[in-house]
Design a binder for this molecule. Structure first.
Ligand code: GDP
Length: 194
């Protein structure tokens, strides 16, 4: 699989825009600013295919990137930004809810959380949406480069406990240094070859 052969396909503002070509989808979710775009760019070996640092709170879209002509990376809109209006929150929920209405399209769910913090209530909700699909699911605890060696293990335990994860479902990650990049790519390859 050539992950570098990636192209932006479309930005879906409503469920009717979701592609329906049956290609498998690797789905990314996470709180605004957690580094989700950076994780996607890191995996693809691209500097700025997924937008980094785009203004939080802008209208929610589901972004589709086609990889090697064989599957999609799906970037769900970020959540948890305090200044978003009620109306925008409702729109987020309707859009993401519609995405999960057909779990069969999910080849692998990837939830990006911040390794330094206890997952929020929104993270728990997002994790449960993924878990309810019954599809393979991993959590990437990003920004581990900001933790010392002694801080890492307790931080990971707190995340695993809060999100009720099995050990194998949690990866210490850093989009900045590439920690666990190869591991996550191989998880993706395994899910796509099933
Ligand atoms: P998104 O809103 O979740 O897509 O987050 P972005 O990818 O835009 O990243 C938000 C901020 O976190 C940016 O300033 C990134 O440079 C920074 N960031 C992302 N990943 C990492 C990481 O692994 N380590 C560090 N130290 N910073 C990161």
């Amino acid at each position: 699989m050539n992950f570098q052969n990636a192209q932006f396909i479309l930005s879906a503002a409503r469920p009717g825009d979701f592609p329906s070509d049956g290609l498998p989808q690797v789905v990314f979710a996470g709180r605004s600013n957690v580094g989700k775009s950076s994780v996607i760019n890191c995996l693809l070996g691209r500097r700025n295919l997924a937008r980094v640092g785009s203004s939080p709170g802008k209208t929610a879209h589901v972004n589709y990137f086609k990889i090697d002509g064989r599957f999609y990376f799906v970037d769900l809109p970020g959540y948890g930004y305090a200044k978003v209006s009620r109306q925008e929150k409702d729109r987020w929920r309707a859009l993401v809810g519609a995405y999960f209405a057909d779990p069969s399209r999910v080849a692998l769910g990837i939830l990006v959380v911040d390794a330094r913090h206890k997952p929020t209530e929104d993270d728990r909700l997002m994790a449960s949406w993924f878990q309810e699909t019954g599809r393979p699911f991993v959590v990437a605890a990003n920004k581990t480069d900001k933790l010392s060696a002694s801080e890492l293990a307790p931080a990971l335990s707190l995340i695993a406990e809060t999100l009720e994860l099995e050990e194998a479902s949690l990866l210490p990650f850093s989009a900045r240094t590439g920690t666990s990049r190869e591991v996550l790519l191989s998880r993706i390859n395994i899910c796509l070859s099933k």
